[in-house]
Design a binder for this molecule. Structure first.
Ligand SMILES: O=P(O)(O)OC[C@H]1O[C@H](O[C@H]2O[C@H](CO)[C@@H](O)[C@H](O)[C@H]2O)[C@H](O)[C@@H](O)[C@@H]1O
Length: 368
């Protein structure tokens, strides 16, 4: 079944406001300034362009620094330390309490209703590691996700390409929303897929495929001289990783990404965990992907369906926001540090995520 053209595609070339930095620095300046169209009278045009570039690069650099954890791997605490000893974390937990501690309340509210489960991949199902190609999921986590999918419609919502994330997860019975939700596929039997074949459910950025390939190559070439930089083509978006780049060189990364993106005004940059994400300027994100899946799976009845979304990244906030605004379900943020979030609950790390998923399965089995 191919539903890829059955829903509205919200491409919005008109809203290509700040083409480069998108949500990152959209407060800095309007597009007309970036395109060089409004230099002040008497001001040297090339000097003003240089200033603009500096502002953009600095904006990018600030975002890179602010999105980076105090310590590598987002482990804010040394082994032996406990987040509980941090008063800021304890205070934050009173606003965003543990989904394990509040498990009974969560499932009590789900009694008699249908649960749908949405799971981010990196940092949620797999630990954050230096090499993105080695972010493997443990067999125990795979078993937990497999069991969850036996009882609840389950989707993986990831910044990775569907191909890559499904190679890590290795479970056919799930829905996959890869490329930050811009590539929604499934091999689940109910979609009448030929054995081993995927059904493509929705690709709102389909027209950007050639552009993404091109920008990926340009970014690879531009950053090839920076030790530790890594460019990952995620099909409808590209990740420029700087986790393994010395901090003194982050500015060079920001400058090069900025330069490359000048030739691609229909792409923007957002930032994740030690990664710059280059993506189409379309009104589509993980939140929209969750809405699409709820609707197309017949789960749009917010009275009777409880979506649970678990994720650790900024891009997951779009999904938390959707749930909060619909006033249904639960966003659960995976974090060991206090963060501004739209999520209602938190879990510390992938091992707690696994504990939560297993608890959900146990609860469902007992309530049958
Ligand atoms: O939406 P997600 O599934 O969380 O994907 C977001 C990005 O995750 C990956 O990068 C992150 O994890 C890597 C492996 O642990 C880590 O090395 C990197 O620093 C993190 O940013 C993935 O490689 C990216 O392509 C995804 O966009």
């Amino acid at each position: 079944m191919d539903m890829s053209t059955s829903s509205p595609v919200i491409t919005d070339p008109v809203s290509i406001s700040p083409p480069l930095l998108g949500s990152l620095t959209s407060n800095l300046m309007p597009f007309s300034v970036m395109s060089g169209g409004c230099s002040s009278p008497g001001m040297n045009v090339s000097a003003s362009r240089r200033t603009i570039e500096e502002v953009l690069v600095n904006g990018l650099l600030d975002a890179m620094k602010s999105s980076s954890p105090r310590k590598k791997h987002n482990l804010a605490f040394s082994p032996g330390d406990s987040p509980d000893e941090d008063p800021a974390y304890t205070a934050w937990m009173s606003k965003c309490p543990s989904a394990l501690t509040f498990f009974k309340q969560i499932v009590a509210n789900a009694q008699g209703r249908k649960i749908a489960v949405f799971l981010d991949y990196d940092g949620t199902l797999s630990p954050i590691v230096d090499d993105p190609d080695k972010a493997f999921m443990s067999p125990a986590m795979r078993a937990a996700v497999r069991n969850v999918a036996k009882y609840f419609p389950t989707a993986i919502v990831s910044g990775r390409s569907c191909k890559k994330v499904s190679e890590f997860v290795k479970l056919k019975e799930l829905y996959y929303a890869g490329s930050h939700g811009m590539d929604i596929v499934t091999s689940a039997a109910e979609h009448n897929t030929e054995k081993g074949k995927e059904a493509n459910l929705f690709q709102p950025a389909f027209e950007f495929l050639p552009m993404i390939d091109e920008v990926s190559k340009s970014l690879l070439e531009a950053t090839s001289g920076i030790e530790g930089a890594n460019v990952e083509n995620n099909k409808f978006c590209v990740s420029v990783h700087y986790r393994n780049v010395a901090e003194k060189d982050w500015e060079v990364v920001a400058r090069l990404v900025n330069e490359v993106l000048e030739a691609f005004p229909r792409l923007k940059v957002t930032n994740g965990r030690m990664v710059l994400e280059v993506r189409p300027v379309i009104d589509w994100d993980k939140g929209k992907a969750v809405e699409f899946l709820l609707q197309s799976l017949g789960l749009n009845d917010s009275e009777n369906v409880i979506p649970i979304y678990i994720g650790d990244d900024r891009t997951d906030e779009d999904a938390f926001k959707v749930l909060r605004e619909r006033n249904c379900g639960y966003g659960i943020l995976v974090s060991q540090v206090p963060k501004d979030t739209e999520a209602l609950y938190s879990l510390r790390d992938p091992s707690e995520v696994m504990g939560f998923l297993n608890a959900l399965v146990r609860w469902k089995k007992h309530s049958l």
